[in-house]
Design a protein around this ligand. Structure first.
Ligand SMILES: [Zn+2]
Length: 479
């Protein structure tokens, strides 16, 4: 089966062919660490994670690089507002970002380069662009001259004329063209900056990404990802800078995910509908949030609202409850006829799942295939109370691969069905406690031995002393 990807560059689905056999190199734009990430950011990171997981499932060795922008106007403003240093702000919110990734079961990117640790690479890139005639310096600022780069606009389709009209672009008399963008910005003494051939200053955002991407992935790599809002100007500018430097395409496939809205509105701080991942996880489990974020195709908008979250929760429960029912079945040695039928239904659903994912990572269709497995399991369990050991293992493994390994929804079911380990631990613990209590009784320390018994009874154990031994059991739960 071949994977097809919708490429923003060219706006069509294309067969995916990696540059190096068996290997995929991906760059996904990471966070600017000035605040907690919100659920819209989380969508982009989860899309990248699912793409990575699926490519790994298909046998590719994946290198995913995702940057951390730790120097930026927003971070500087935040530092001024809070009285903390720029470094402290960066540390606080990059730690929080990694916490959120872990909470959402997003695999840590292979490399997380930080802009401030790549200043000399960035300065070198800017200098080369000046030497090649693509950039110019004015009073300590360096701008990219977009008129020099013929392909400008090839990703976003933004025509030069429209850019020149400059409706959305601030007027800056230093620039030759209003759409020229900063590669290096002069800053005042005392502000966070670095020495450069153009004086004290700091890098522009776009040059950070393309420099770090090429440093770790090579001049041309396979996939560049990010939210739709990054197509212009960020990714358009990355292409201009990188391709002006190397004369080679920066990335072969450009993947962009659509917006996330909250109750039909664009998320924004001024509307007060800004939902951080941390806040969302106070209301919903990571599995439910993650399921919700992949339940729409990545190129479709998705709306966070009460109904969609109730639906996501119910769906996750349906998936886990089918799995619990499967696991609770008694096992028998041989597969029966119905077992074989169940296996073939599950294999067929797995094929559909792969077909959906191969078609531009169509997660809603892939999830529909998972519900075919859920249905097959439920019908089976309604009719049977045992299952062949092999069949159980096979169905469970397919389920785990698709739901947990590829979609990243961590399976969470009552452990007692999975293994008797907790039960064994409990038995051993009780043995130790009762031995100690027996020793107390031998020493006629009645007060302590009674106290141990009472405390155990309080938390749900029934302790019975017989002349021969002390027995224990758990009180039946009444609810
Ligand atoms: Zn970027």
């Amino acid at each position: 089966m071949t994977l097809r990807i919708f490429n923003t560059l060219g706006m069509r689905k294309e067969e995916f062919k990696p540059l190096r056999e068996g290997e995929v190199r991906i760059y996904a734009c990471g966070p600017t660490v000035y605040d907690f990430i919100h659920i819209g950011n989380a969508r982009a990171f989860i899309v990248a994670d699912v793409v990575r997981r699926y490519l790994e499932y298909k046998g590719f060795k994946v290198t995913l690089v995702s940057n951390i922008t730790d120097i930026d106007d927003k971070i500087i403003r935040r530092a001024q507002e809070t009285g903390l240093s720029i470094q402290e702000i960066g540390e606080i919110y990059s730690d929080a970002y990694f916490e959120d990734l872990a909470a959402l079961n997003i695999k840590k990117p292979s490399i997380n380069p930080r802009a401030t640790q790549h200043i000399s690479d960035i300065i070198m890139a800017v200098q080369k662009l000046i030497e090649k005639g693509y950039a110019y310096e004015v009073e300590g600022d360096v701008y990219f001259d977009i008129l020099k780069f013929d392909d400008y606009g090839k990703l976003s389709g933004n025509k030069m004329e429209a850019l020149e009209a400059g409706a959305r672009i601030e007027v800056n008399p230093k620039k030759k063209n209003p759409a020229d963008f900063a590669l290096w910005k002069a800053c005042k003494e005392g502000e966070l900056g670095w020495h450069s051939p153009w004086g004290w200053g700091r890098p522009g955002w776009h040059i950070e990404c393309s420099t770090m991407a090429m440093k770790y992935l090579g001049e041309t790599f396979d996939i560049h990802m990010g939210g739709k809002d990054l197509i212009f100007p960020h990714h358009e500018n990355e292409i201009a800078q990188a391709e002006a430097l190397t004369g080679k395409p920066l990335a072969r496939y450009w993947i962009h995910n659509e917006w996330l809205t909250v109750n039909g509105q664009k998320m924004s701080k001024s509307l007060g509908n800004f939902i951080t991942v941390k806040d969302a996880l106070k209301m919903y489990s990571p599995q439910v949030l993650r399921f919700f974020l992949i339940s729409a195709h990545y190129r479709s908008p998705v709306d966070f609202n009460k109904e969609s979250m109730v639906a996501a929760k119910a769906n996750v429960e349906r998936i886990f409850s089918a799995l619990e029912r499967l696991i609770s079945l008694k096992e028998r040695d041989k597969n029966g006829e119905e077992d074989e039928e169940l296996i073939s239904q599950v294999q067929e659903a797995k094929r559909k799942f792969e077909e959906a994912m191969d078609d531009d990572f169509n997660t809603p269709l892939a999830i529909a295939a998972i519900f075919e497995i859920v249905k097959a399991i439920n019908i089976y369990v309604d009719r049977n109370d045992e299952i062949g050991t092999e069949a159980k293992k096979e169905v469970y493994n397919v389920f785990k691969t698709l739901v947990e390994d590829i979609l990243g929804i961590k399976i969470e079911i009552k452990k007692k069905y999975l293994e008797g380990r907790e039960e064994a631990i409990l038995k051993n613990l009780m043995e130790i406690i009762l031995e100690v209590r027996q020793e107390m009784r031998r020493r006629k320390e009645w007060k302590i031995s009674d106290e141990i018994r009472d405390k155990l009874q309080k938390i749900g154990f029934i302790i019975e002393d017989t002349p021969k031994e002390t027995r224990w059991r758990l009180k039946e739960e009444t609810h």
